[in-house]
Design a protein around this ligand. Structure first.
Ligand code: HEC
Length: 130
């Protein structure tokens, strides 16, 4: 009897734990969303595995934040400070090209307004990697 009760309490605790984990997953959605958008619309040309892109990999937060764009690239977009500046979409080249000038990707399929909005929101909220 005690054993059954202990088991019941134990399983109840386990399910509470599961709920907490599910909540964390929900919080991580903006990152998964941004990743999916970048993968779908930019990955083809700006992802190392696809094209051996040495400049930057649009699916690697580290390379987006750390790689300094070339002087030519910076000249075209003087307000851009790097490919990705967390919390500052207006200084992030990926946003300036995809959401402001809208010349990236250069051809269809292009991200919808909703997708662009969620990409911008992700940068504004700190561009968390997960
Ligand atoms: C069909 C291929 C293709 C796709 C898809 C594409 N790009 Fe590009 N991208 C290019 C090419 C080619 C250049 C170099 C010429 C230029 O700067 O216009 C470039 C340049 C850039 C640059 C300038 C920096 C640099 O190092 O040259 C940024 C930033 C950029 N792309 C962001 C994006 C983003 C963000 C997406 C997705 C929303 C995207 N691109 C999708 C082909 C692509």
């Amino acid at each position: 009897m005690m054993r059954a009760l202990a088991l019941a309490i134990f399983s109840a605790l386990v399910s509470v734990q599961m709920v907490v984990v599910a909540d964390d997953d929900a919080k991580d959605k903006p990152a998964a969303n941004a990743y999916a958008i970048l993968n779908k619309y930019c990955g083809k040309c700006h992802h190392e595995a696809h094209r051996g892109n040495k400049d930057y990999d649009v699916l690697s937060l580290k390379s987006l934040e750390k790689v300094t764009p070339s002087a030519t690239v910076m000249k075209k977009f003087p307000e851009g400070k790097s490919y990705l500046v967390p919390k500052k979409p207006d200084q992030s080249l990926i946003w300036l090209r995809a959401g402001v000038k809208k010349d990236m990707p250069p051809r269809d399929p292009k991200p919808s307004d909703d997708e662009l909005e969620s990409l911008k929101k992700w940068v504004e909220e700190g561009a968390r990697s997960q």
